[in-house]
Write a protein of this length. Structure first.
Length: 801
């Protein structure tokens, strides 16, 4: 071997070693590869290709809808046909979005303008004017109709006039869309006739509130009532009829009065007549999200300082109580130090975008980074995920919120990281959601199974924000900076605020005022996000090892399966001892200063133990109180009972104390129980009915069960292998109404599997009791005590009797 060849051999070996080490790192960091690599700048060419790919995505979905579903409200991408209210099998209250008014087309009009497709816009506007009508005996959601339909019509009207002026086209247009939005606005107004001024959640398009089905209407969500003002103000200012804006301001004022005066937080569900809170959970996601968005954007659009002041009060409260590092966890509005949920929902992904608009960049970067890691971990952001980033609810209806925030972060920072994130989101949609007839929602991100559903926001928001992210201002016909994006991404021009007082004042936060970034050279606007993201790179455990140096591991972050965490708690002087069956992963913690690595770490250990105590206390109180049980006798003649874990629901009566419902179990036919009626309705009378999760909402299954006279309903999970032992139990959500009078509980697949096995074994129908788990335990304890007493009495010698 010559010197040169031996050198090259050694170099080759070294390279191989480096390669192997690199491979190990890649394998170890598989979940966060992209975040740990320095951000790659994206070439203009690639960006333009992605913009064109977003455009293709739009047409793939739009054409599928127009050719196979229009004039229906939505496309059903798997069956490749339209979803019509009253014709397509009902999904329960979820269908309140639909009004048989070609919603997807109306919601999509302004995207056509952004894409520069004036010919199709012209055609689509003509279709809407000619064919869409609102005089239907249909109950619709006030919130959804406002954001998708009124917003869609208004934005299309504004852009049609804009094109007349700037693109020398649409000259035939005479404001017909504005007239249509005014008509629809009038049809929504009866919902505002409440003693508080806060609108009802639903209204009948033809009958207003006179529909007998709405007689008992009283509950609505904060976001439902607080996401009206942008559209209604635009409607009033464009039509000259003040009624809309007056009603929307009144609703906002009434909501503001309901904030908790101590914490400045809002709950999520309230009574429109009394103004009482029905659900006091306070976060930034489902049920409340766009209320905060509309406070801030009302200030931007209308220039009314009052809304900025209100937004800031709420914002500070959210950052004080709800924000936990990059996470946002619900608390109780009246007890803001108590976390009320241990999971986050995907709707909160809009929050970083709103933070960007309001000038608070740092937490926006942090939360976005956390969400990006959740997305990489589970392919899509699941509808709900736990504080340790496990799936709580695996559905993903191709929501826009994360992409929306990515867009705003890119606009604010120019950091190409956000282009890479957008690329990942786009490619994921292409790979996992694209079907031959549009894009299909994902039923469960664990299995990737599709759902026959393409919500209108896929076109009006998800793809729109992707297209905008990869477009330069010169690619667009309009200057988007002159518009406010509504919560449904419809464009309303800032010029609407002609009468407003446009005082502009950023909230001053010492270290990250957006103006400071703009003045520096080189612009730290570019450098800043990377600095903020860096410490969060390994935020989600299970990716690269996380070092705890410099930052104390909090009990909330702790995961017993994480080797680094175990090392960290050990250094803090904490010993962990497994208790019970190891497979259940239950551990007991002991702390001693003597075992700690240093005095400082000993102190940290003590703090950790205190936090852990608080957490477990909170969790076990919450869980125990809420946990339900489905109990049955071990065999037909036995007095011994077994209880299987079940979850409660928010919409059915709570079984408390010694209350229980007893009956024979029977499976619904069809099992999903989403149709109008059941094949075995007669048989189900007085029984405990079982329906499988999926296809329609929990509460619609419950209503069907109640209609056929079932004594209770068990909803069993449709995800194979799920279990309450390995994932947190949750409470099924309803729609704010309280018409379900029978108990409804949820069972994960493993627990239900046990029940089902017993059902099959028994010759007689299996009789079960649905009750509170804590009551079952008490009942068993009392029984044991009685048995012990009888036994000890029986053992006592006669003379002592
Ligand atoms: C959209 O209809 C709107 O963005 C709304 O504010 C929240 N939910 C959906 C998208 O997820």
């Amino acid at each position: 071997m010559s010197t040169t060849s031996s050198e090259s051999f050694v170099r080759g070996q070294r390279l191989m070693l480096i390669f192997l080490v690199a491979m190990c790192i890649v394998v170890a960091c598989v979940l966060s590869t992209e975040t740990t690599m320095p951000t790659q700048n994206m070439s203009n060419k690639e960006r333009a290709e992605l913009r064109e790919e977003a455009r293709d995505m739009f047409y793939h979905a739009y054409n599928a809808y127009m050719q196979n579903a229009y004039p229906a409200d939505e496309l059903m991408p798997l069956s490749c046909k339209g979803r019509y209210r009253g014709v397509t099998p009902s999904r329960g209250d979820m269908d309140d979005i639909l009004g048989n008014f070609s919603m997807t087309l109306v919601d999509t009009l302004d995207t056509l303008v952004l894409l520069g497709d004036f010919t199709e816009f012209d055609h689509a506007v003509k279709l809407v004017i000619r064919e869409v009508q609102f005089d239907s005996d249909i109950i619709v959601s006030v919130f959804e109709t406002n954001i998708r339909m009124v917003g869609g019509l208004l934005s299309a009207h504004i852009l049609a006039e804009y094109l007349q002026k700037h693109a020398d086209t649409m000259h035939w247009y005479k404001g017909e869309l504005l007239e249509m939005s005014r008509e629809l606005g009038y049809r929504l107004l009866p919902a505002f006739n409440t003693s508080t001024g806060i609108p009802h959640a639903r209204v009948n398009l033809r009958l207003g509130m006179k529909d007998p089905m709405l007689k008992k209407s009283r509950e609505t969500c904060t976001a439902c009532a607080g996401t009206i003002l942008l559209e209604f103000a635009a409607l009033s200012r464009l039509t000259g009829d003040p009624i809309f804006e007056v009603r929307a301001h009144a609703a906002m004022d009434a909501l503001w009065k309901l904030r908790h005066r101590g914490s400045d937080l809002m709950g999520t569900v309230l009574n429109v007549h009394s103004g009482d809170w029905v659900r006091r959970d306070s976060g930034v996601g489902a049920g409340i999200d766009s209320y905060y968005e509309y406070l801030f954007k009302s200030y931007v659009l209308l220039g009314d300082d009052k809304y900025l002041a209100r937004f800031n009060r709420h914002y500070n409260a959210v950052m004080k109580y709800v924000s936990e590092g990059p996470m946002l966890l619900d608390v109780l509005m009246h007890r803001p130090h108590a976390k009320s949920k241990n999971f986050m929902d995907s709707l909160l992904a809009f929050w970083p975008g709103l933070q960007v608009l309001s000038g608070d960049l740092k937490p926006a970067v942090q939360t976005h980074e956390m969400l990006y890691q959740v997305m990489q971990m589970h392919t899509f952001i699941p509808e709900a995920f736990t504080v340790d980033f496990q799936i709580h609810w695996g559905q993903h209806p191709l929501r826009p919120e994360f992409i929306e925030s990515t867009y705003f972060l890119y606009r604010a920072t120019g950091d190409h990281h956000y282009l890479q994130v957008g690329k990942k989101a786009l490619k994921t949609l292409q790979q996992h959601a694209k079907v031959s007839c549009g894009y299909a929602a994902v039923n469960d991100v664990r299995t990737g199974k599709h759902e026959d559903r393409m919500d209108s926001f896929v076109l009006s928001e998800t793809i729109k924000y992707l297209f905008l992210l990869f477009s330069d201002p010169q690619d667009l016909i309009i200057n988007v900076d002159e518009f406010v994006f509504t919560t449904e991404a419809h464009l309303l021009p800032l010029s609407i605020a002609q009468l407003g007082n446009a005082t502009f004042s950023f909230r001053q936060t010492d270290e990250h005022n957006v103006l400071d970034f703009m003045r520096t050279c080189p612009s730290s606007n570019r450098l800043f996000p990377e600095k903020v993201r860096k410490p969060l790179r390994n935020f989600i455990t299970g990716s690269c090892p996380r070092t705890t140096a410099g930052k104390r591991l909090s009990a909330l972050d702790f995961q017993a399966s994480n080797a680094d965490h175990l090392r960290a708690v050990y250094d803090m002087g904490i010993t962990m001892v497994s208790v019970g069956d190891r497979s259940q992963g239950k551990v007991r913690l002991f702390h001693s200063f003597y075992n700690a690595k240093s005095h400082e770490e000993g102190e940290m250990g003590l703090q950790f133990m205190q936090e852990m105590l608080e957490l477990t206390k909170m969790q076990s109180i919450n869980q125990l109180a809420q946990l339900q049980a489905v109990a049955y006798a071990t065999d037909e003649n036995s007095q011994d009972w077994i209880a299987l874990m079940a979850g409660p629901s928010h919409f059915s009566p709570e079984l408390t104390g010694d209350q229980f419902v007893e009956g024979d179990v029977i499976l619904a036919k069809p099992l999903r129980a989403c149709d109008e009626s059941l094949e075995n309705a007669e048989e189900a009378k007085g029984k405990v009915l079982v329906a499988e999760r999926g296809d329609c909402t929990f509460v619609s299954k419950a209503r069907l069960a109640q209609k056929v006279g079932a004594a209770a309903l068990i909803v069993c999970d449709n995800v194979p292998g799920s279990s309450g032992e390995t994932q947190p139990m949750f409470a099924m959500s309803g729609d704010g109404k309280d018409d379900v009078l029978i108990p409804v509980v949820f069972m994960y697949s493993m627990e239900f599997g046990k029940l089902s096995a017993v059902m099959q074994r028994r010759k007689q129908p299996l009789r079960v009791r649905v009750m509170q788990m804590v009551e079952f335990k008490r009942w068993q304890l009392a029984k044991e005590q009685r048995q012990n007493q009888t036994a000890s009495v029986a053992q006592k010698p006669e003379k002592e009797l």
